[in-house]
Design a protein around this ligand. Sequence first.
Ligand code: CA
Length: 220
Amino acid sequence: MERILIVEDEERIASFVEKGLRAQGYLTTVAGDGDAGYDHAASGGFDLVILDIGLPGQDGFTVLRRLREDRVTVPVIVLTARDSVRDTVAGLEGGADDWMTKPFRFEELLARVRLRVRTAARAPEVTVLRSGTLSLDLRTRRARAEDRTVDLTAREFVLLELFLRHPGQVLSREQILSQVWGYDFDPGSNIVDVYVRALRRKLGAARLETVRGMGYRLPA
Ligand code: CA
C-alpha cells in the first residue's frame, strides 16, 4: 500500500485530503509544519509528498529545496495559493513534480496523486470497474448498464466511480460532496441528490438505493 505524506498547516484542508486518500486505500501521515514535514519526508518512508507552500517553521519551498539537496527523490506535489504563478514556477524549479492551486477539488488532486504514484511504482492499473451488470471504463469514461452504453457528464462519471469503488457501502451526502465537489462546496446544497437522480435516469432507478437519513448506496 502506498504511503502519502501530507504537509499542510490548515487542519480543514489536511483532513479533507487525508480522508479522501484513505477512502482510496492510501496510508497517510499529516505534518502540520515545515520542520516536521521535512523530517518525515527525509526519513524515506513515503511514496509521495503533498506539500503546502505557506507553512509555519520552514516554508514549503525550503523543505523542497533541502529534500532535493539531500538527494531525496520522493515525488512531490506542491499546493499553492490560487493564481500564484510565481509560486508555481518556483516550486517546479525547486524540484516539485506537479502542483495544485487552492482551492481544488479532491478528484483533481487524486488524478495527480495516481499519476505520480503510478509513475513511481509502475503498478498495474484497474481500468474497468464492475458491479453486477454495471461497468465503468475509466479510460473511455463510458458506463455500460446491461448491454447499453451510457454517456456520462464529467461529474456523473466521478460520482459513479465513487460508488463503484465502494460497492454495498452507504455514502453520506457530505462524503460524496467532499469527494466529488470539494471541501469549499456549500454543505447545504442539494447537488448530490440532483446528480444521483441524473444517474438513476441513465442507469436505471434500482442502481442507486436511498438509505433514509444516511445517504446512498450502490447495491453490491
Ligand atoms: Ca498553509
